[in-house]
Design a protein around this ligand. Sequence first.
Ligand code: SF4
Ligand code: SF4
Length: 411
Amino acid sequence: MTDLSRPDTIAQTAARPEAKPDAIAPPLWLLAELTYRCPLHCVFCYNPTNYTDHSRELSTAQWIDVLREARALGAAQLGFSGGEPLLRDDLEVLVGEARQLGFYTNLITSGIGLTDTRLDALKAAGLDHIQLSFQDSTQELNDFLSSTRTFDLKKRVAASIKAHGFPMVLNCVLHRFNLPHVDKIIDMALAMDAEYLELANTQYYGWAHTNRAQLMPTAGQLQEAEAVVNRYRKEIGERCKIFFVVPDYFETRPKRCMNGWGAVFLGIAPDGAALPCHTARSLPGLTFPNVTDMPLREIWYESDAFNRFRGFGWMKEPCRSCDEKERDLGGCRCQAYLLTGDPANADPVCDKSPEHEHVVQVVRAAATRTPAQQITKEQPVLFRNDANSRRLAAAGDGHPPDHPVSRGERT
Ligand code: SF4
Ligand code: SF4
């Protein structure tokens, strides 16, 4: 499941026991990616393109150990994600355990499999919150982008979530195809009584990176969509809180990715690999420790993977001597790798990066491309599915850098 929530926007709702009083702060947010399996095939999915290489899943008992260790470390916020977490039939057991431990819990789901029976069970287990994804406000585009017929089912699930009294975030990933529908997407969220709407402009990792040429919007599309969002915000006030984050490629300074490497976020992949960000698995030269081999405390405080990009010591120029480095921490390591071939480089979104021109070229190419309706004919999108994943994995294309030198210009 695409999860674009940011640690800095999440309320801290529980006490944090055993916080360790040294330089490294304990994790705040635990993301449990229970499985990479998913009934949908979204073209922008955040999961690794070679996810079929990592098909092993932790057992229920192993997940419970993870929850206990993470809570003891100080984590307070817990997202159950995937893939589709409802494909795990122990989800209710894990939610119940998380509740006992004092986590604030969020289910991040496509809605497929969220029956009234499971909603009853999740309510009884103590689930706090549900984030439901849509791909668009129209059946045609929703079903095309996920390569399924799920739009009507999702609408029924949204009504059931509200009928069960859960607070609901509607999440919709935005890109060239659906940015012109932002007003209709907001209308849909209002009609469904969503408390929050996350209009998450695509970030180009995983499958979205593979489909970047097709998904990249124009600056004009983004400006128009943002104006629509601001108009609605004035009109609807507190009725539904709308998040709208401009994609990195259109900025000249990077975001403080995950609020810092190994700072607040701890992700656990389905096979137990511990990750400092959703997409860190793509980075070369790092071995991510597994919760089945090492205690979580040791992973967080002592492992090379979690310490590699903490602080400022790893930085190269221009970040090393930059007077803005405390604000953005040099940006995103995965983006630096994907676009420059070296994760220790400045995020090339930054216009001080010598590689910033590459980002500019991608944006410029999007401005001259044909309308979205024609893209699929000229340049077919690659759907997230097992066959495509195996093909990409076999080609060694798990998450390739597109540095112009190493890959040739792909724009
Ligand atoms: S395919 Fe879609 S629904 Fe499934 S994990 Fe990926 S983004 Fe989420
Ligand atoms: S040079 Fe590095 S630290 Fe400075 S603003 Fe750019 S990305 Fe941030």
